[in-house]
Design a protein around this ligand. Structure first.
Ligand SMILES: Cc1cc2nc3c(=O)[nH]c(=O)nc-3n(C[C@H](O)[C@H](O)[C@H](O)COP(=O)(O)O)c2cc1C
Length: 204
């Protein structure tokens, strides 16, 4: 059975984005082996002085780390191995301040590893996860499809560009306007389920 990794960041109680993910999981749980990574509890390490320099030395410089240094990258490597071990990955996230929440970006920062998920070659950067496919499930308070927010959604383009670096093709199912169209939010989430059905049929 193919594996699906759900990378879930939905910290708000009664999260609308989580409703999309719950539907995805419920409808597909018998067709794929699902692992859930809850980023609100299992939070990626930020790249700081201690670990960033080790990543650079190891992944770009070919330096062999000692046991103590290796320990500082344990979480980055666990998250990377988890991504390398899946066929499908579903990122579940609201839009925060026009983009991906920092916690979700931190997950991308952890798993985008030279020599593991992408390679720097003479021909440029090459993704190493070509057999993986991604879906982004997202909601935003405002409608990024029309002015004044038009062209200001950086969340899904950022996610798909990050996946693209790793050779992973991405589809996105978005519900824009959970606050702008607050009286219609149930209908909007319901409508997204049709898109989830279509994607699920294609994947499984
Ligand atoms: C910290 C924070 C930042 C947000 N920034 C934006 C934003 O830039 N644009 C927008 O349209 N909505 C923004 N929102 C609204 C959320 O994207 C929206 O309510 C979304 O549906 C929340 O998803 P959830 O129900 O899964 O928590 C923000 C909400 C929070 C809590």
């Amino acid at each position: 059975m193919k594996k699906t990794l759900i990378v879930n960041y939905t910290p708000r109680e009664n999260s609308n984005t989580k409703k999309m993910a719950d539907y995805f999981i419920e409808r597909n749980k018998d067709k794929t082996d699902i692992t859930i990574l809850d980023l609100t509890e299992d939070t990626p390490d930020l790249l700081l002085k201690n670990n960033l320099n080790l990543v650079v030395a190891r992944n770009f410089g070919g330096v062999e780390l000692n046991e103590e240094q290796q320990k500082l990258l344990t979480k980055n490597d666990r998250l990377t191995n988890q991504l390398l071990d899946t066929d499908y990955v579903v990122v579940v996230t609201p839009v925060y301040n026009y983009s991906l929440p920092a916690t979700v970006k931190a997950w991308f920062d952890a798993v985008i590893q030279a020599g593991r998920t992408f390679a720097a070659t003479e021909k440029g950067l090459v993704g190493l996860c070509e057999n993986t496919q991604a879906l982004v499930l997202t909601t935003s308070g405002g409608d990024f499809g029309i002015e004044p927010l038009k062209n200001l959604n950086f969340a899904t383009p950022l996610a798909s560009t990050c996946f693209d670096l790793m050779g992973i093709s991405t589809e996105a199912i978005t519900v824009f306007g959970t606050q702008q169209y607050a009286d219609k939010v149930t209908d909007l989430i319901e409508a997204s389920k049709g898109e989830i059905d279509l994607l699920s049929e294609k994947w499984y």
